[in-house]
Design a protein around this ligand. Structure first.
Ligand code: RNT
Ligand code: ZN
Length: 420
């Protein structure tokens, strides 16, 4: 690679600079290699799935843009994912939604089974990509009234309970096949556009439905289960049944994982600060790293202060073993493979920056009450030669350095995406 000499020499200089502030760069890279980010399948096809429906999204979710080349089949989605993984340093996971199964004909959500995901399991094995899972409680006629697990109608609730139970079996089979736990995340869209007369009743029904879904215990080595709260959605502006307080209490009392989505809180509220609080009471966390612009817009993750703060909190709190990092954005206005690559490279990059902090030194300053030194060092770290370490990480993992990845995506667009 043409860069190689420069990358190497810059890296050596960077290593010395970091060593001078007490950071072992090689150790940071070793730690980074083990951190898998779960790429979300739904960036590749605008949350469409493969059930052969009308592709209407609904349930408060919205994808904007009409960039050409959306994946229309599992084969196309896998091909796009393989392209994306080849451009992201490290070994990462795939987060699948239930509506992405491979169905030979109409199979309703309460009838899905492992057989519909065997293709994904086999593909995951062949690519050394472990899978995570999500039941899909949206884009379905039985979700059109805005309620699923908390619906007043017992028949609707029962249908979605069956879907939840079916999803658990699939997630466990995935975990068993891959030899590590598949994180199965429950998000439902339920809520009211306008002021409810009872906020209590749907929540009572939701807790009851979840308890029915989770009544059989599962092997945590095969599957871990998380619940995801939300503040509001389009069409559920006045009330969301699964609010933060609801799921926080649910996750603590049932010892489930809590999923914190970066777009699911008040726009000025970050999720970084919540990590150490929540982990006092729940065993593990799932993150949906996303970027809301003015609302839960699910923009591609950029190298923002919020992203850096999330990764810093995970590292500073020594939570790497208890936090599962997933992505959740969908942008149809740019090349979708590039969206994955940009968002995931940023997440990995921010993790590297967090691992390159002299955490102990900073915490020692704090213990001593030396807030001056704490601030001075935090600011100094921002201009350390972090980019040189990142380039070296890309090179040593055989992924493109700098912007070189973009040419590969452009070529792929020319050869593959533009022909769809
Ligand atoms: C919706 C949630 C949820 C979805 C995915 C598709 O607001 O963030 O995680 O984005 O399940
Ligand atoms: Zn989410």
């Amino acid at each position: 690679m043409a860069h190689s000499m420069n990358v190497q020499s810059s890296y050596q200089l960077a290593r010395e600079r970091y060593a001078a502030v007490g950071v072992d760069v090689d150790h940071a890279i070793e730690r980074l290699k083990k951190i898998a980010i779960s790429l979300h399948c739904w960036q590749g096809d605008d949350v469409g799935g493969f059930e052969g429906g009308d592709g209407e999204l609904g349930s408060g979710l919205a994808v904007t843009g009409n960039y050409p080349g959306r994946a229309r089949s599992p084969e196309e989605l896998r091909s796009d994912l393989e392209m994306a993984y080849s451009l992201i340093p490290g070994d990462h996971r795939l987060n699948l939604h239930a509506c992405y199964g491979e169905f030979d004909g109409p199979v309703d959500r309460n009838e899905i089974g492992v057989e519909h995901f065997q293709g994904w399991i086999d593909w995951g094995k062949s690519q050394a990509v472990s899978l995570d899972f999500n039941p899909t409680f949206f884009s379905h006629p039985k979700a059109d009234d805005g309620f699923t697990l908390s619906a007043a109608d017992a028949g609707i609730r029962q249908f979605w309970i069956e879907h939840g139970i079916a999803s658990r079996k699939i997630a466990a089979a995935m975990g068993k096949a891959q030899g590590n736990a598949c994180v199965n995340n429950f998000w439902i869209p339920d809520g009211f556009k306008d002021t409810p007369a009872s906020r209590k009743n749907p929540r009572t029904r939701l807790a009851d439905s979840l308890d029915k879904i989770f009544s059989d215990s599962m092997n945590p080595a095969e599957t871990l289960e998380s619940v995801e709260c939300k503040l509001f959605g389009i069409g559920s502006e006045s009330y969301v049944v699964g609010s933060h307080e609801f799921y926080m209490g649910y996750a603590i009392s049932r010892q489930k994982l809590l999923c914190l989505d970066a777009g699911h809180f008040h726009p000025t509220e970050g999720i970084a600060d919540k990590i150490s609080s929540v982990l006092m009471y729940v065993p593990e966390l799932l993150l949906h790293v996303s970027r809301g612009v003015r609302w839960d817009s699910d923009h591609v993750v950029t190298y923002s202060d919020e992203l850096q703060a999330i990764m810093q909190e995970i590292v500073r709190g020594d939570f790497l073993g208890r936090v599962h990092i997933g992505l959740d954005f969908f942008d149809a206005s740019i090349n979708r493979v590039a969206a994955w690559v940009i968002g995931t490279r940023n997440a990995v990059k921010a993790m590297l920056a967090a691992l390159l902090e002299p955490t102990e030194r900073l915490q020692q300053f704090e213990l001593e009450g030396n807030y001056t030194a704490r601030l001075a060092m935090m600011e100094e770290l921002k201009s350390m030669p972090f980019g040189a370490v990142w380039d070296q990480y890309c090179e040593m993992t055989d992924t493109p350095v700098g912007m070189d990845w973009l040419a590969k995506v452009e070529q792929y667009e020319l050869d593959v995406l533009s022909k769809r």
